[in-house]
Structure formats: structure tokens, C-alpha cells
Write a protein that binds this ligand. Structure first.
Ligand code: SF4
Ligand code: SF4
Length: 135
């Protein structure tokens, strides 16, 4: 089980949608809302702590991202050491959000930190230890 703090930025079009309710119903997550600023017909912001299995957490975050909610993870971040990365591609299959993917023309491995949900799956899979957690 894991606990993660995240910040959600809701676009105006989603403020009245039951997005957070679905995290409980569809993804078995529980949460504490630490801060919320959501007004009808305006953009919203919510700081919350999510609790659940890693698999449910990853599915829940993928759902949020697909719903156009902007997510910011608090306290930690995944970074790639460009000097250590050999572009071997091993990490691509482990990444659930396509934050790591192959660039078609050059076969380079792209790391898109905006898509990364800090699930940490790539850290163990990388043979050169290029992927690391930063607090
Ligand atoms: S597994 Fe590591 S070395 Fe290989 S492409 Fe991914 S980050 Fe780079
Ligand atoms: S931590 Fe690694 S595997 Fe997980 S989403 Fe980020 S880049 Fe992909």
C-alpha cells in the first residue's frame, strides 16, 4: 500500500464532474483532502493524500490524466541522468503512462516528465541506474 500527496488542478469544464468520487468507486482509493478551492464555473485546485495499492494508484492517476486534470506530485520527482542513459529501451515497456517512449526517427528514448506519475517502476528496470527519485 502507498500514500502519496498530489495537487490537482481542474479546468473549468471539469469542476462539476464527479472526478474525485470515481477515485473511490472505480479505483478503490481512499483519500484525505488537505486543501480544496473549487468554485462553481471556475477552475479548481485540490491538494489530497491518496491511499491504496500501487496498481490502483497508477490506474487512478492515469484516469485523472486522461480526464484532463493537471496533476502535480508533491515531495518527489523522477529524473533521468542523461549521462547514464544508453537509450537501451528496457524502461519503455515498464512505463504505464508512456512517459518513456521511443522516438521513431532516431530510436532515442524520450523521457517526458509531464507524463510521469512517479510510480518508480522504471528505477529497478534501468540497467544503468539512470532513472532516480529526487525529493
Ligand atoms: S532503461 Fe535506463 S538506460 Fe535504458 S533507455 Fe531507459 S533510462 Fe535509458
Ligand atoms: S516513474 Fe518511470 S515508469 Fe513510472 S511513470 Fe515515471 S517514467 Fe514511467
Amino acid at each position: 500500500m502507498i500514500d502519496k500527496k498530489i495537487v490537482l488542478h481542474f479546468p473549468r469544464s471539469l469542476v462539476n464532474e464527479p472526478i474525485v468520487y470515481k477515485l473511490i468507486e472505480d479505483f478503490n482509493l481512499s483519500f484525505n483532502i488537505l486543501k480544496a478551492q473549487i468554485l462553481p464555473d471556475r477552475e479548481g485546485l485540490m491538494v489530497m493524500e491518496l491511499h491504496g495499492t500501487r496498481e490502483d494508484y497508477n490506474r487512478g492517476l492515469a484516469y485523472l490524466k486522461n480526464s484532463a486534470v493537471d496533476i502535480q506530485l508533491l515531495s518527489k520527482d523522477i529524473k533521468r541522468d542523461e549521462d547514464k542513459c544508453t537509450h537501451c529501451g528496457v524502461c519503455v515497456a515498464t512505463c504505464p503512462t508512456d512517459a518513456l517512449r521511443v522516438k521513431k526517427d532516431t530510436r532515442e528514448i524520450i523521457f517526458d516528465s509531464d507524463k510521469c506519475i512517479a510510480c518508480e517502476l522504471c528505477i529497478d528496470s534501468c540497467p544503468t541506474k539512470a532513472m532516480a527519485l529526487h525529493f
